[in-house]
Design a protein around this ligand. Structure first.
Ligand code: PEP
Ligand code: MG
Length: 745
């Protein structure tokens, strides 16, 4: 019995394929298909609805409903039963459609006489493309078997839709991926860019959804799954313990999952090719992923998704390299990307759009270093965008204009031109000091971490590098760099700085920065865990090696080093002692010592702000790591989008705390600087200067705008605005400052 059904299903798919292979125009094909399905399933009605734009479904072909309603009947996503099938991406099967919640009667179709309704989502790689509907007069509920057969058909329809099989004269449908789309995300690096899409991992195209020989397809599937399993086993061998291993364990479990395999085998039995079967199961899993709220389950489904992608690539032979040529103005699109991969692209990229990613990720750090606009959390970008699509990235608003129309293009180009104009203005004050109207000079330095950053030292007008994040060199490699490599690199940094000061921060790993070649620690809360100086002091080997490399690179020039994440006085003393020992050892080995050595600490935990006065006297300088300090001050994870923006940097409590730190530094004559991302935001920078900070370190692109604002400002006035707002008991001084700025522009 089951076999007979399988044969019928295969027969239908075979007829569908023949219809597809004909030279008929797209509309003709659609009409034929609805006829074939209605005939095969034995219903009076079969209709195909496809997305006209991301929100609207359109009746594109029908057997049984009024022919005049084709391309006339439309519904919004979620509207009526058809709209609900598309939005929820699940089947609706009812013998009595009018009694269903959400039912909407479309009089022009003449569907009132049909009682039973079966709607199946047409989806591919997790995105809904349309809905396949069958209806009949008699009040019947469709069997599980009929549903299954139509799901297989829907899969074939999806692949064909994706291939553009229904586009053309008379079809009144434009090809997929041809409409303008506006997508929103979170800004991880500001800036605007125009270019063309370059997919980091190109979409797999399935050109043969229907197959005649199920035995051959089953064999192809099992060979591919075997290859997949071997691949996962190999990864397991290379992985250490901890989280990565856990993920791979889950992969292995899925790769060996009988249920997954059985479903795909059944799909093949019904006439799908092996790749279409994988795609079908992946789409169903993705739809489920969107429904489940349990984090653990979501993660497992996402593992399965990744595994399905691998399997699709094995089956289609479509690796990462498709032979496509990268556009000259590439805007990179990826689900996520690691720092090393991003660095390989380097400055060739004009912009980056990630479906996942996070503001504080390594990729974001690299994008920032390369000054490439980056938007993260852009839902559906990897399925919407195609290689070569025209795109505009608005890193000021967090918007992606995909395939923009003329009005958007011209407005956006105006914006780019204005930005360029502003940059020119900044260039004209590049060699001037950041001196305020009241005669105070603020030193503006830049943050860096890559050799690629160094040219900005000249272009931006920064007076030096206030924070060189040395961990980037460790993060982008697959193995621990050697001392000689590091020393050569630091030498190049100091050479490129041409005498301008560079503050090297020793390795800040742990928390979100996990070295790929170091055993990951299974910590319940890594941001509060074994990180930065804590690792350096407990396992001093790497820190010692790094200090040696720095001393050798200085080679008689001044050297400035700071230790990250110092939470108490003693940690600084111990680290400094390590430096002293290293200096003595280097001298003994005959190396030239630096002309001067300055050793500072990063103030990134509130505790250090309350350290004994002696600490302030002893430390050569302090640098406030505002990113971490703020997250610990407010107990709000800097990586957590939900809480990150909840607390304003210009919150009175935080600003008062910063002011206290500055006062303690003034009292003890300790140089202090601020190097978190907030230093690169003009309004924040202005307030920092007003509360007494005289040195700020920021991303290079911020130096110009901040210098320009400072040169137009009177810090006494700003200070008064802050004090008054505080006096009035306001939560944040921002509204008062914004008002002041708008009145004094
Ligand atoms: C900071 O915490 O503000 C800082 C500059 O360090 P990072 O962002 O690298 O943690
Ligand atoms: Mg930090």
């Amino acid at each position: 019995m089951a076999e007979r059904k399988e044969t019928e299903s295969r027969k239908l798919l075979g007829r569908l394929r023949d219809a597809m292979a004909s030279d008929d125009p797209g509309q003709e094909r659609l009409n034929k298909i609805t006829h074939l399905i209605a005939d095969s399933i034995g219903t009076e009605v079969c209709s195909i609805y496809l997305f006209r734009d991301s929100e609207t479904l359109e009746l594109c072909a029908t057997e049984g409903l009024n022919a005049e309603s084709v391309h006339q009947t439309r519904m919004k996503l979620g509207e009526g039963l058809v709209g609900r099938v598309a939005s929820k991406r699940h089947v609706i099967n009812t013998p009595d459609a009018p009694s269903q919640a959400g039912f909407r009667y479309m009089p022009e179709t003449g569907e009132e006489i049909y009682s039973s309704f079966l709607g199946i989502p047409v989806q591919r790689l997790g995105s809904a493309l349309g809905v396949l509907v069958v209806q009949s007069k008699d009040a019947r509920e469709f069997s599980a078997d009929e549903i299954y057969a139509l799901e297989v058909v829907a899969m074939v329809l999806a692949e064909m839709t994706e291939l553009g099989a229904f586009v053309g004269e008379g079809a009144a449908m434009s090809a997929l991926h041809s409409q303008p789309a506006l997508l929103r995300g979170t800004i991880a690096q500001e800036g605007v860019a125009e270019g063309h899409i370059w997919l980091h991992e190109p979409r797999v195209v399935v050109t043969n959804p229907v197959a005649d020989d199920p035995h051959r397809e089953l064999e192809r599937l099992s060979t591919a799954v075997e290859e997949l399993r071997v691949g996962v086993d190999k990864m397991m061998e290379m992985a250490g313990d901890g989280e990565q291993r856990q993920v791979l364990e889950a992969y292995r479990m899925f790769a060996n999952s009988k249920g997954w395999m059985r479903r795909m085998q059944e799909d093949i039995g019904r006439g799908l090719s092996a790749e279409a079967a994988v795609d079908k199961e992946q789409s169903i899993a993705r739809a489920r992923m969107e429904q489940v709220t349990d984090n653990y389950l979501r993660e497992r489904l996402s593992d399965l998704d990744d595994l399905s992608n691998r399997l699709l690539r094995i089956l289609t032979g479509q690796g990462k390299d498709t032979g496509a040529e990268m556009p000259i103005d590439p805007i990179l699109v990826a689900s996520n990307i690691g720092p090393a991969e991003l660095l390989e692209y380097g400055r060739a990229l004009k912009g980056i759009i990630l479906e996942k990613g996070s503001v504080g990720s390594h990729a974001a750090i690299v994008a920032r270093a390369l000054a490439i606009p980056l938007i993260v959390h852009v839902d559906k970008i990897t399925t919407e965008a195609l290689n070569g699509d025209h795109v505009m990235v608005d890193g000021e608003q967090g918007l992606v204009h995909l395939r923009p129309d003329e009005t958007v293009v011209s407005a956006f180009r105006d914006k780019i031109a204005m930005e360029a104009e502003a940059q020119q203005r900044y260039a004209s004050i590049r060699d001037k000091p950041a001196e305020t109207l009241c005669g105070t000079t603020i030193q503006l330095h830049m943050n860096a971490g890559l050799m690629a950053d160094l040219p900005s030292l000249e272009n931006s007008g920064a007076e030096g590098v206030g924070l060189f994040r040395t961990e980037l060199q460790f993060l982008v490699r697959s193995q621990m760099p050697k001392r000689s490599e590091l020393s050569a690199l630091y030498t190049r940094v100091l050479d490129a700085a041409q005498g301008k000061p560079v503050v090297f921060r020793t390795l800040d790993i742990g928390s979100d920065k996990v070295l790929p070649y170091m055993k990951p620690n299974d910590e319940p809360n890594p941001a509060l865990g074994w990180r930065a100086i804590r690792v350096g002091l407990d396992k001093p080997g790497v820190m010692r090696m790094q200090l040696q490399a720095l001393i050798r690179a200085a080679n008689g020039r001044p050297l400035t080093v700071m230790f990250p994440f110092v939470a108490q006085y003693e940690e600084y003393t111990l680290a400094r002692a390590e430096m002293d020992r290293t200096l003595a050892r280097e001298a003994k080995l005959g190396h030239v010592l630096p002309e001067t050595v300055k050793i500072g600490a990063m103030l990134e935990t509130p505790s250090l702000g309350f350290a004994p006065r002696k600490f302030f006297q002893e430390v050569d300088f302090l640098s406030i790591g505002g990113n971490d300090l703020k997250q610990f001050f407010f107990a709000a994870d800097r990586e957590n989008e939900r809480v990150r923006k909840r607390y304003d940097t210009l919150n009175v409590s935080f600003l008062s705390f910063l002011e206290q730190i500055v006062e303690r530094c003034v009292e003890t004559d300790t140089p202090v600087s601020f190097c978190g991302e907030d230093a690169g935001r003009p309004v924040e920078a202005l307030c920092f200067a007003a509360i007494g900070l005289r040195s700020l370190s920021m991303r290079p692109a911020s130096v110009g705008p901040i210098k320009s604002l400072l040169r137009r400002s009177n810090l006494q006035d700003v200070r008064k605005v802050i004090f008054d707002a505080r006096h009035r008991g306001e939560m944040s001084v921002r509204p008062a400052i914004m008002k002041y700025l708008s009145e004094n522009a």
